[in-house]
Design a protein around this ligand. Structure first.
Ligand code: FAD
Length: 422
């Protein structure tokens, strides 16, 4: 085991929305920064469900980090797993024992799936937090469809295919909607006509409604839109166990399932817990208003790894816009730290939130006044916002080429790709 120590002014753990935004701000001041991520690309989580349903290719949602920083030699991109963090020492350790130490440490390692201890969930369900998760889910869905298509071609019919999506938040709604729409609009053009007839999507949630943070009107719209796509809504019940052939619900009843998607909760990445910082809700670090870890000088925690105060006693939600803005803001505060300036409390600009349901169907609450949009207007806003957020022109072009083909012509060129299922 080597025990190398290399010194950087700033180390950033995690190159998602928050880490990349912070590094871009530091690059402007030529601050020597080490940006570490287990992947050599920045993944765009909001579009993972489109990779899972063959709307986009994996490449469309993954921006190579070295390309993002090719004009910024002060930012060194390192592809490595960080096995532990020592916040008080402002150092990180790699699996081979290499230690990197810095003047300022930024923890922006994001979130991972939370199964809440549900038996079998880890083994038999698909989370949706990474490009690998999305391609594994895509492969599993395509494998089920191929199997059914072969049976239908040889026997004229096939066994049912049941998909269960656990969790009625934005990820669950977007995934259930995209699978429902694929069954309704796309499969008839690619598979034997028995296949779409035998596919069912179930959306299961503990609560009595989908999309909790949205208004009742938008929740009703979402529910109606999903039902129109054939999604069976099972509200007010949880999944208590996942098995290879189905799920058990909290009332003891069972549902058959060939594919289970787990969109039932998230928590901070496990490496955050290793840092020796006090953690709060969801394993996230309760940061001060200036995004630093309380009582630990020179350590920032951002995005999904942090509970960021919202200024009125609560915390900001785990959103791409929060992560990106917190990254930019932390970058500015770090420049202040290193140049003798004053850190400032994070000022979040609330642009609202939105969720896609299907073609011409989405919901959005826009801006701090929460202007409500549904239908084609919300759909168009969703496409515009997500295209603009994509980190790279190449990814933007890929998405802008795929969306019209998908939404107008029902074509899915990605149907055959993906890794083999787990
Ligand atoms: C399916 C899905 C859909 C979403 N849809 C939306 C949406 O429509 N709108 C919206 O605003 N938000 C959406 N979100 C939320 C948004 O994507 C997150 O809030 C945002 O990505 C958080 O950014 P982050 O930088 O904190 O973390 P991430 O983007 O998760 O980045 C963390 C990075 O850390 C790296 N990392 C983690 N652990 C290690 C380690 N030990 N070693 C090295 N690297 C590590 C990871 O590889 C990753 O690149 C969605 C999230 C998901 C999962």
């Amino acid at each position: 085991m080597s025990d190398t120590v290399r010194d950087y002014q700033v180390i950033i753990v995690g190159a998602g929305f928050a880490g990349v935004a912070a590094a871009q701000r530091l690059a402007k001041e030529r601050i020597r920064t080490l940006l570490i991520d287990r992947n050599n690309y920045q993944q765009f989580q909001p579009l993972l469900y489109q990779v899972a349903t063959a709307q986009l290719a994996a490449n469309d949602v993954a921006a190579p980090l070295r390309s993002l920083f090719r004009k910024h030699p002060s930012v060194r991109v390192l592809t490595a797993e960080v096995s532990s963090i020592d916040a008080r020492d402002r150092s990180v350790t790699l699996p081979d024992g290499t230690v990197f130490r810095s003047d300022v440490l930024v923890i922006s390692a994001g979130a991972e799936v939370n199964y809440f201890g549900t038996p079998g969930a880890d083994e038999f369900s698909y989370p949706l937090y990474s490009v690998d998760d999305a391609t594994a889910l895509a492969s599993s869905l395509v494998e089920q469809l191929d199997r059914a298509d072969t049976a239908a071609a040889t026997h004229g019919d096939c066994e049912p295919i049941d998909v269960v999506v656990v969790g009625g938040g934005p990820t669950g709604v977007e995934t259930a909607g995209a699978i429902g729409e694929t069954i309704e609009r796309v499969l008839p053009h690619y598979f034997h006509d028995a296949v779409p007839r035998r596919c069912t999507v179930h959306l299961v949630d503990h609560g009595d409604t989908v999309l909790k943070p949205f208004s009742e009107k938008l929740q009703r719209y979402t529910r109606r839109s999903l039902e129109r796509l054939g999604v069976v809504m099972l509200m007010g019940t949880g999944v208590s166990e996942v098995r290879a052939d189905g799920v058990t619900l909290s009332d003891g009843s069972t549902l058959p399932a060939h594919v289970v998607v787990w969109a039932g909760g998230l928590k901070a990445r496990s490496v955050v817990a290793s840092a020796g910082l006090e953690t709060g809700r969801g394993g996230r670090v309760d940061v001060d208003a200036d995004l630093t870890a309380p009582g630990v000088p020179g350590v920032y925690v951002l995005g999904d790894a942090a509970n960021i105060p919202d200024g009125s006693g609560g915390t900001l939600p785990q959103l791409g816009s929060v992560a990106m803005q917190s990254g930019k803001w932390a970058g500015r505060n770090i420049v202040a730290d290193l140049t003798g300036g004053q850190r400032r409390p994070f000022g979040y600009v609330d642009k609202g939130f939105m969720a896609m349901i299907g073609r011409m169907s989405a919901v959005a609450e826009v801006g701090p006044k929460r202007i409500e949009l549904t239908g084609p207007l919300a759909f168009a806003s969703w496409l515009a916002v997500h295209a603009a957020l994509l980190p790279q022109a190449r990814a933007r072009i890929g998405a802008l080429a795929s969306w019209p083909r998908d939404y107008l012509s029902r074509s899915r060129s990605q149907f055959v790709v993906g890794n083999r299922p787990r």
